[in-house]
Write a protein that binds this ligand. Structure first.
Ligand code: NDP
Length: 342
C-alpha cells in the first residue's frame, strides 16, 4: 500500500521536498468479528488544517488542539470516499461505498475506533461527498446559519470566497437574501464569484494596498456579518468596518497557518463599542445539521440554482502538490485528489 507522508515536521509554507511516498505491506482481508475494515480509497479531501498537524510541537504537547499531530512517516488520516475491500465489521460489506476518515493512501486499513458511514451517492458524483456534502458543505452551512445568525438584507463579507467553504457560504447567503461581497486572490476567481456564483460584488485582495479602505468602498454602510477564512490583516480591516452588533464567524485563519507573525490584532475597543460577536466553531460540532444541509442543497444543485466548484487532481503522487497549492491560492473551489478511475 503506497501512501503520502511527511519527511519532517513543517514550519512555514509546505514544499514538495517535505513529503514522500512510502509503502507498507497490505493484507486484503479482515478477521471476521475483528471490527477492522480495509478500504480502497477513491477520493480524498485536501484541507488547509492539516498543516497545523504537521508543525513542530513540544514533546509534551501531543496534539495540535484540533486534531492529533502528524509525525514523519505516519499514515495521514483525511476525509474521503472509499470502497470496502474487506470487512470484519458487520455494518460494512465488500464493495460498499463509504465516506469518513480514510487516508492519503491507495488503501486505508482502519482498526478499533473510526469515523465511517455507508454512502448513498444520491445520484451525485462521489467527489461531491468529499466537498459540498462533506465537511466543506457542513462548515459553510452551519457556519453561516448557526454561527452568523443572519437576517435577510444583511451585508455579508466572505474571505477566501472562491475556496471550498467560501464559495458555498456566499451562495447560501445570497439564497437567504443577504447582500454578499467576496474577496479572492485573482481576477479569474473574482469573475467566477460575480458571473457564475451570483455574488453581488467581489475583489482581488492582492490588488488592494489598504484593505480597510477597500472594505469601506464595498460596504459604504458597513458589514453585518464577516465569514473569516483567512485571519490576519483582513480580520483587522473587517473589524474596522463592522456595524454595531456585527457577527464574525471565525472559521479559519489560513494566512496565519504558515506565518505566525501575521497573527491578527483587531482593535478591541471597536469590538467593545460596536458590541461585535466573534465566534469560533468547528463543523464537527454541527453533525446534527447534516439533514438541513441536504435539504438546503440537493434540489438547488439539481436545478442549477446552486453550484459547487471542484478542483480535482488525479493520482496519489499529486497529493503533495495539491496540498501545497492551497497556501498559494492555486485551487479554485474544493481541492480533491481522485485516486483511481471508478
Ligand atoms: P480553500 O478551498 O479556501 O483553499 C484555501 C484558499 O485560501 C486558497 O485557495 C487561497 O485563495 C486562500 N489563501 C491561501 N493563503 C492565503 C493568505 N495568506 N491570505 C489570504 N488567503 C489565502 O480552503 P477551505 O475552504 O477548505 O478552507 C477555508 C478556511 O476554512 C481555512 O482557514 C480552513 O482551515 C477553514 N476551515 C474550517 C473548518 C471548521 O470546521 N472551522 C472546516 C473547514 C475549513 P486566494 O486565491 O483567495 O488567496
Amino acid at each position: 500500500n503506497r501512501y503520502v507522508t511527511i519527511k519532517t515536521q513543517i514550519n512555514g509554507k509546505p514544499k514538495e521536498s517535505d513529503f514522500e511516498i512510502k509503502s507498507s505491506p497490505l493484507v486484503l482481508s479482515a478477521e471476521p468479528g475483528s471490527n477492522d475494515v480495509v478500504l480502497k480509497n477513491l477520493y480524498v479531501s485536501i484541507d488547509p488544517y492539516q498543516i497545523n498537524r504537521m508543525k513542530t510541537y513540544s514533546s509534551t504537547q501531543k496534539t495540535s488542539g484540533y486534531a492529533t499531530a502528524i509525525t514523519p512517516g505516519q499514515v495521514i488520516d483525511a476525509y474521503g470516499v472509499a470502497k470496502v475491500v474487506a470487512s470484519g465489521n458487520p455494518e460494512f460489506e465488500k464493495d460498499d461505498l463509504v465516506v469518513g476518515m480514510i487516508t492519503w493512501g491507495e488503501y486505508s486499513v482502519l482498526k478499533g475506533q473510526y469515523i465511517l458511514r455507508k454512502l448513498d451517492p444520491m445520484g451525485f458524483s462521489l467527489s461531491y461527498h468529499v466537498g459540498i456534502f462533506g465537511f466543506s458543505g457542513l462548515t459553510a452551512y452551519a457556519g453561516f446559519f448557526e454561527v452568523c445568525k443572519p437576517k435577510k438584507g444583511e451585508k455579508v463579507f466572505v474571505s477566501a470566497a472562491s475556496g471550498s467553504v467560501g464559495h458555498l457560504v456566499g451562495q447560501y447567503a445570497k439564497h437567504f437574501g443577504c447582500y454578499v461581497v467576496g474577496s479572492a486572490g485573482s481576477k479569474e476567481k473574482v469573475a467566477l464569484l460575480k458571473d457564475k456564483l451570483g455574488f453581488d460584488d467581489a475583489f482581488n485582495y492582492k490588488d488592494e494596498p489598504d484593505l480597510k479602505s477597500a472594505l469601506k468602498k464595498y460596504f459604504p454602510d458597513g458589514i453585518d456579518i464577516y465569514f473569516d477564512n483567512v485571519g490576519a490583516e483582513m480580520l483587522e480591516a473587517a473589524v474596522a468596518n463592522m456595524n454595531t452588533f456585527g457577527r464574525i464567524a471565525a472559521c479559519g485563519v489560513i494566512s496565519e497557518y504558515t506565518d505566525a507573525s501575521k497573527r491578527a490584532a483587531p482593535d478591541m475597543l471597536e469590538i467593545v463599542y460596536k458590541k461585535i460577536t466573534i465566534r469560533g466553531f468547528l463543523a464537527e460540532d454541527f453533525m446534527n445539521l447534516y439533514p438541513d444541509l441536504l435539504s438546503a442543497t440537493v434540489d438547488h444543485l439539481r436545478t442549477g440554482t446552486l453550484h459547487t466548484v471542484e478542483d480535482i487532481s488525479t493520482g496519489l503522487e499529486s497529493i503533495p502538490q495539491a496540498f501545497i497549492g492551497l497556501f498559494h491560492g492555486s485551487n479554485v473551489g474544493k481541492k480533491i485528489v481522485k485516486l483511481v478511475d471508478e
